[in-house]
Write a protein that binds this ligand. Structure first.
Ligand code: MIG
Length: 815
């Protein structure tokens, strides 16, 4: 029997027939010290730490000994003082904060989390609670029938994970299916949502872990791991946004990405040589299809040796890259962890000399086969190895490479049981010296960390762009993520939506799927629809497997080329909005892509909705996910909405069926939105924004929006070089008014104009005023710099003027 089968069998056996689960017993005594409560129950110790009034950490040491308190995910360990009250009675200990109650039943020890009104949010299953079986640990919770679960990082299949069993073990599974589990990433974090109220749990354990959300039993769910600490964080919400903001405060947020990484990115396995790369670049510019990034897959290297070039195919990379840079392209290259075992190869030699590679307990080098053949693997959990790895980027950076695609970092190993590193291989683990079993799930994340930190060390004032396949909770601090080797099928297009959404609400906002599908060949229609979805995935990258026909956006005939150009144009027009959505993710952790249930948790219509989503708080995206569609049904949340394409207003809280011709997918805008956009450019850095266009969607209520802008490339924003403004809108029978606050921060954009588009304002207004002065009415929509124009057909008003830093108040006066 192959080894990994045995491994799986042992696990199965241990959780079923022969399991000896022992659950925590009666409370003997407890003590409390500020925000920390320590409870003794038989041989075990429970430690409850209140971090904030809505965040509690639970640790159980079944044998009374806590392992070193170490986490690759958690970055915030010091929290301000928090008010905690502890009271004791014969049958329970009650811990209360300003927002929640934690009742610890004494006989036996069981936890119940309640809100301040005494409603149960979450409770241990009475029969089992927290349990262990040898090194294995598990928590059983009560599962109300009307509670649903979301998050869990990267999971194929549906958005709502109720009644599924999931495993966390980073795995390379090309052409995965809806029921394939696990995949490449581990984020052991989820939401429970019930009747509009949410709580969150982060089980910070990097070992092989599993989550059974009511598959084994309909009224209990469980999570646990094969070893390691029973260590979880409980977020009391009450909204999904509170939870995600707090979770990302705990594990860190995505740093603001370079603006160019939000442009369109073109990839394939592989553009084999300089000639083809130049052809691709010309292909975009000649057809006026915008593009910012071209990727080089594994064949750019010399025999797949990382940090080298194949000089036959890329004779002068520096020259090639600087030439492409003049045309607005950036080059991203793939880097795999495997370092070819070749004593004439500099990275192997220096890696050995620095003691950076993984070894067996007896000191023998671990060798695994990947693309280059026999390889040694850097131990990214070793600080020395991280620095060594990062310094190796020197040459590629000097050649002008700016994007770092980290692949195969589950890590994936060919032709061995388990397809990865042997579990007994030793990792430095930041000095703890532990096994691969503990470090497997953080390997990819630590590779992205080494890459990000290394590149940033070498280019301190440029924001690094790293893209990864494998990661762990908190990985957004270093890298964007894509959903691995998908398939060119409608089913995979449909799956991309919930996968990106669950990743987004698991703390990773910079996500996307391989547009067009990696394996196989999409029809022109499928590619066009996938590209449309891609406008609203933060990572917009098309890719293809090797030995497949070309999949660039112009490969499907003239009609589709025109459609695809319009689609990518839309992405570039909306860049200011998209950049703002990413900014929001970087400061408060709320991602651009949001499941409807995340944004509208109290609307039960969205419990199972996974074919539409919010992008930012104002755009509702309804991608077309079926072949031959010409219309599509959309569920609108409460409130008022506008059709993005026609400006037609809709009442919310209803399902509508709208046109979805092949040229575009349905998009709705929330009434009150003030959407910033710009002119189409061929690459993000081509021209400064001009005009900055604000599209105002009237609401009967007042609305406001925050606007952020900076140089898009450096870290100067950390020193105040940014521009922030607040927009406000009031609408009454008399007038609709937009105000722009004075701009804050020292970033000064190039001189530009401002265009304000008031949508759906009704009949021709009497006048338009700016800061109290009447503006000149224009009779021609084009070619005016100052004044206003009434578009009678669309019943909208265009206002143009210079964009200044000062406060501005524009009123469209109706009467
Ligand atoms: O064993 O580098 O998911 O995007 O093109 C396959 C070749 C290795 C897997 C990645 C894919 C990439 C491919 N890689």
């Amino acid at each position: 029997m192959p080894l990994y089968r045995l491994f799986v069998l042992l696990l199965v056996v241990s959780i079923s027939a022969f399991s000896q689960w022992q659950s925590v017993g009666n409370v003997d005594s407890f003590s409390s010290n500020d925000n920390e409560i320590t409870i003794h129950a038989g041989s075990s110790i429970l430690r409850v730490t209140v971090l904030t009034s809505d965040l509690v950490r639970i640790r159980l040491a079944s044998e009374g000994m806590f392992p070193p308190d170490q986490s690759y995910a958690v970055v915030k360990t010091e929290w301000p003082n928090v008010e905690v009250q502890v009271s004791d009675s014969s049958d329970k200990i009650t811990i209360s904060t300003q927002e929640l109650l934690l009742i610890i039943k004494k006989k036996p020890l069981r936890l119940t989390f309640l809100d301040k009104a005494g409603n149960i949010i979450n409770e241990d299953a009475p029969s089992k609670g927290m349990s262990w079986d040898g090194r294995e640990i598990k928590v059983w919770k009560q599962m109300p029938l009307d509670e649903f679960y979301y998050g869990f990082g990267e999971k194929a299949g549906g958005l709502n994970r109720v009644h599924t069993h999931m495993t966390m073990w980073n795995s390379d599974i090309p052409a995965y299916a809806a029921d394939t589990d696990p995949l490449y990433e581990t984020i052991p974090f989820f939401y429970g949502i019930r009747n509009g109220r949410a709580y969150g749990i982060f089980f910070d354990n990097s070992y092989w872990s599993s989550f059974d959300m009511g598959k084994e039993s309909r009224n209990e769910y469980s999570f646990g791991a094969e070893a390691g600490e029973l260590n979880y964080y409980f977020f009391s919400g009450p909204t999904p946004k509170n939870i995600l903001s707090r979770f990302t405060e705990l594990v860190g947020r995505m740093p603001l990405p370079p603006r160019w990484s939000l442009g369109y990115q073109q990839c394939r396995w592989s553009y084999p040589n300089e000639k083809r790369v130049q052809e691709i670049a010309r292909g975009f510019r000649d057809r006026a299809i915008p593009c910012d990034v071209i990727y080089l897959d594994i064949d750019y290297m010399d025999g797949y040796r990382i940090f080298t070039w194949n000089k036959m195919n890329f004779p002068d990379p520096k020259k090639m890259i600087s030439g492409l840079a003049r045309d607005g392209f950036r080059i991203a290259v793939i880097v795999d962890p495997g370092i070819k075992q070749d004593t004439s190869y500099h990275a192997y030699r220096s890696g050995l000399a620095n003691g950076t590679f993984l070894k067996y307990p007896d000191g023998k080098l671990y060798i695994g086969k990947v693309w280059p053949g026999e390889c040694a693997f850097p131990d990214f959990t070793n600080p020395t190895a991280r620095t060594w790895w990062g310094n190796n980027f020197n040459m590629l950076i000097d050649d002008g490479v700016r994007g770092w695609w980290n692949d195969m970092n589950e890590p994936s190993v060919f032709d061995v049981p388990g397809k990865s590193v042997d579990l007994n291989v030793i990792h430095n683990d930041d000095g703890l010296m532990t096994t691969h079993a503990k470090n497997h799930n953080v390997y990819g994340m630590q590779m992205t960390r080494s890459t990000y930190e290394g590149v940033k060390r070498l280019l301190p004032n440029e924001r690094p762009f790293v893209l990864t396949r494998a990661s762990y909770a908190g990985g957004q601090r270093y890298s964007a993520a894509w959903t691995g080797d998908n398939v060119s099928s409608w089913e995979h297009l449909r799956m991309a939506v919930p996968m990106c959404l669950n990743l987004s609400i698991s703390g990773q906002p910079f996500v996307g799927s391989d547009i067009g599908g990696f394996i196989g060949y999409p029809s022109g229609e499928l590619f066009a629809r996938w590209l449309q979805l891609g406008v609203f995935t933060p990572l917009m990258r098309a890719h293809s497997v090797i030995n497949e026909k070309n999949k660039e956006p112009w490969e499907y005939g003239d009609e589709f080329t025109a459609i695809n150009r319009e689609t990518i144009n839309l992405r570039y027009q909306l860049l200011p909005y998209i950049y703002n959505a990413m900014y929001e993710a970087s400061v408060i952790g709320i991602p651009a892509m949001r499941p409807m249930i995340f944004e509208y948790p109290d609307d039960p219509n969205f419990i199972w909705n996974e074919d539409e989503f919010m992008f930012g708080s104002d755009l509702l995206i309804a991608p077309v996910l079926m072949p031959n569609a010409t219309t599509r049904a959309v569920r609108l949340p409460h409130g008022e909405w506008y059709d993005y394409w026609t400006g037609t207003p809709y009442n919310g809280n209803q399902s509508v069926t709208v046109d979805a011709p092949i040229i575009r997918m349905p998009i709705f805008v929330k009434a009150g939105a003030i959407i910033p956009s710009q002119q189409v450019v061929q690459y993000t850095g081509q021209a400064p924004i001009g005009p900055l266009t604000l599209t105002v969607y009237p609401t009967s209520l007042q609305s406001s929006a925050a606007y952020y802008e900076d140089d898009g490339i450096s870290f100067e924003y950390e020193k105040g070089t940014y521009l922030k403004r607040t927009f406000n809108q009031w609408n009454s029978a008399k007038a609709i008014t937009l105000t722009l606050s004075k701009s804050e921060g020292s970033y000064v954009p190039m001189k530009r104009s401002l265009a304000i588009h008031f949508v759906n304002i009704g009949t021709e207004p009497k006048t338009v005023e700016a800061n109290g002065n009447t503006l000149k009415q224009q009779s021609n929509p084009q070619g005016f710099m100052q004044g206003w124009y009434y578009d009678a057909q669309n019943k909208s008003v265009w206002v143009r003027m210079e964009d200044k830093k000062s406060e501005l108040r524009v009123s469209v006066v109706r009467e």
